[in-house]
Structures are given as C-alpha cells and as structure tokens.
Write a protein that binds this ligand. Structure first.
Ligand code: ACO
Length: 389
C-alpha cells in the first residue's frame, strides 16, 4: 500500500474509482457517463439523466416510460410521515426538515436487502419520488397549510413546482427548472457524495445514506452558498456599490459566495448554462432585470480581482437568481439542490455496493502520550468561561 502525504480536505487524493461523472477543472468540462453536461441540459430530462447516472446507460423509450410511471406512482408520502413533519418547528431550516424526513423513510421501508436488485430499484424509485414531495410539504406545513397532493397529470418538475406554488407552472418555467435539476444531479466526489459513500460503505440502508448526504450538503461552503449569493446581492444593492463591496470582502479575506471551486479553475460549465437560463427568464418577464445586471457586474469585478487565482462563478452563483425568478423561497434552494443530487448520491451508493470496502482512513496523531490521570482537585483552570471577568 502506498502511503500518501497528508492533504487537508483530502485535496487531490482519489477516494474511489468511478465511472459516473468526469470533471476537467482546467478546461471546464463536466460529463455524466461520458456525455457532456451541455448536451444533457439541451436534450435530456432530469429523470432520464437520473436513469443514466444510476444504471449507467440511457434508457430505451420503454424503460424510460416505465421509470417515469413508477416514480409518478410513488410520489405520495405516508400520512404518518406527514404527521411527523407537522410537528417540525415552522422556523426550522427546510434542509433539517428534509434530512429528518429522508431518514424517517428508513423506518418504513428499510429491509436492507442490498444484494437484491428489486430492493435497490424500489429504494431508488422511492427516494427520487418522495424527496420532492417532502420538500414541498414542509413549505406548505410551516405556513400551517395542508401539503398539496402530487398531481398525476404533471411530470416530475412541473409537479414539484405545482406542489410548491399551488399552480400548474408555465411549460417554459417547468423546463428551465428541469434543466436546473439535470445540472445539479451529479458532480464526482464532492463533500456530500463522499458522505453518502462513507455511509453506504457500512452497508446501512439507502435512506440513511441520503439523510447523511443531505446533512452534508446543508453547509454554506457546499450547497448553502446560493442562498447566500442573493443575500450578498441584496446587501450590495446597486451597481455602484459592487466594487467597494467586493474590495472590502477581499481586504477582509472573506469568501465571496458563489465563487471559487475546489476543482474548477475556470467558470463552472453549469454556471454558464445557468446564466443563460437566468437571462432567458429575466428576458421573458422583463422586470427585475437590474438584479440580473447586478450579478453580472459582481462577476465582472470578481473576475478582474480574483480571476488570476482561478476564482470564477460556480454553480451556485446564478442558480439562486433562477430559483428566485421562479418564485421559490430562498431557504428552499438547497433542498432543491438535494432533490437533484439524490440521483448522483444513489448512483454512487449503487456503485459503492458493487465494490464495497468500508471507508477507514488513517490519521496523523498530533497529541501527547503518557500524561497520566490528574485528580480533579489538582487540576488548574486555564481557560476563562464566556462571561467571567
Ligand atoms: N472568494 C474569495 N476568495 C476565494 C474564494 C471566494 N469565493 N474561494 C477561494 N478563494 C481564495 C482563498 O481565499 C484562497 O486564497 P489564498 O490562497 O490567497 O489564501 C484561495 O482562493 C484558495 O481557497 P480555498 O478556500 O483553499 O479553496 P478550496 O478549494 O478549499 O475552496 C470553496 C473551495 C470552498 C468552494 C471556496 O471557493 C469557497 O468557500 N467559495 C465560496 C462558497 C461557495 O460558493 N460554495 C459553493 C461551492 S460549489 C458547490 O458546493 C456546489
């Protein structure tokens, strides 16, 4: 076994072999199962892409129809899960609600028959089908409303927007949203996918796998950034304020949300597509264009200041603008990321099961040895508690 040097954040250390997706961060290339993301965004749908990621090939028409129909059939959630969700605090973050609800699915469906393809298929279908319903249900329930039941007439993305907004969406809006899901469906071994793989490697149930990935995605350095991008744009307020605001962040060594990526050192290819979608949406409605222009100015100034360090917009920079324009509340942006990424997490879960070895990295111990146990009355207090004077 080769012993590698310690690399904080495991940067550059391969943690698995995978044929699911490929990223070339220098040239801004992203492929799912060998197909360019640009082509999938243009020609595929989210569910077809999910099928591709999980089963490794594009489905035939019959396979796709069967997959879509089964998912449509499984969209509803059990009333006991709805009742549990009603008890969640309405001020709680929807990611926490989603993590809890996803884990709760395991109470109802876990049989852990991981060597049975039927069990695998059912788990894939249930998770893809029910996660959007749970996100939309919490959005309604925290306002004291009953959840909107899935509409069997609508496809995956249109149905989600319908459950969220209680109106059948415009087909263009539904298509744009579906492309957003495709763009977020998979991205190699990022933090949440790694979390999913570590959990999967213990051979626990898939609901625990997804719940742990959701918890990891919730952090502001990962999926939480698109919420913060809009907060930043609000704070900036006007085009004139962009330069001083960005310069101040850089001077204070603060991170600019929606910029930078561990792998991409050029503009994220997903950000390029999302920017086009944002342009399309803003052009359709005509209003609020100032907000989009503000984002473009932020990109221009950040590129001028930090482009030489390889810091460009990532997937989160324009996605928030698109979601806001679709009328989605900000704290649902990350749960929507999770709805999409369930496809990638499940693909890695399935791949992990095929070659499983429990993850057990090593560490470099930096503590002391042979210190001995000090009786409590001999211990010296060497830290002040907050409030002590
Ligand atoms: N703003 C300003 N400077 C930045 C940014 C940023 N957004 N990102 C990186 N840098 C700078 C760092 O200050 C550092 O500079 P230094 O070498 O002079 O000290 C250098 O670039 C390297 O930064 P790291 O934090 O070491 O890069 P890392 O690869 O660990 O971080 C990360 C990647 C976490 C995404 C980072 O760029 C970041 O925090 N961005 C803002 C949050 C964000 O948008 N997250 C979403 C990422 S996409 C996703 O998860 C779906």
């Amino acid at each position: 076994m080769t012993v590698c040097e310690y690399s904080p954040g495991l940067e550059g250390i391969p943690a698995t072999k995978s044929s699911i997706s490929y990223v070339d961060g220098k040239n801004g290339i992203l492929e799912y199962r060998g197909i360019a993301i640009e082509e999938l965004a243009e020609k595929s749908t989210f569910l077809e892409t999910a099928y591709l990621l999980i089963w490794g090939k594009l489905p035939t028409q019959a396979e796709l129809t069967e997959f879509e129909t089964t998912i449509r059939y499984h969209r509803r959630i059990k009333y006991r899960i709805r009742d549990m969700m009603k008890c969640f605090p309405e001020t709680g973050h929807p990611m926490d609600a989603l993590q809890t609800s996803a884990a709760a699915l395991g109470l109802f469906y876990s049989r852990r028959a991981l060597d049975n393809p039927v069990y695998i298929r059912e788990a894939v279908v249930r998770l893809l089908a029910k996660i959007p319903t749970m996100v939309a249900a919490f959005k309604q329930m925290r306002k004291g409303n009953d959840p909107v039941q899935p509409n069997d007439e609508l496809d995956y993305s249109a149905n989600f927007l319908y459950m969220l907004t209680e109106r059948v969406p415009d087909p263009i809006e539904a298509r744009i949203f579906d492309i957003c899901l495709t763009l977020h469906a998979e991205h190699t071994i990022n933090a949440s996918t790694f979390s999913a793989m570590v959990t999967a490697s213990t051979l626990t149930d898939p609901y625990a796998v997804i719940a742990s990935a959701v918890g990891t995605l919730a952090g502001p350095l990962h999926g939480g950034a698109n919420e913060e991008v809009l907060t930043m744009l609000d704070e900036i307020g006007s085009k004139e304020n962009v330069r001083p605001y960005i310069e101040k962040l850089i001077a204070n060594k603060e991170k600019i949300m929606g910029f930078g990526h561990r792998v991409y050192k050029v503009k994220d290819p997903r950000a390029i597509i999302l920017q086009r979608l944002a342009e399309q949406l803003f052009a359709t409605t005509g209003d609020d264009d100032d907000y989009y222009q503000l984002a473009v100015e932020v990109e221009r100034v950040v590129e001028e200041k930090l482009g030489s360090k390889g810091i460009y917009p990532n997937v989160d920079f324009y996605s928030g603008l698109v979601y806001q324009k679709l009328g989605i509340p900000r704290d649902l942006f990350t749960p929507i990321f999770a709805i999409a990424r369930v496809a990638g997490w499940l693909a890695h879960w399935k791949e992990q099961l095929g070659v499983n070895r429990i993850f057990r990295p090593t560490q470099i111990y930096t503590g002391e040895h042979n210190l001995g146990y000090i009786p409590i009355e001999e211990r010296i207090c060497d830290t002040e508690r907050p409030g002590d004077s």
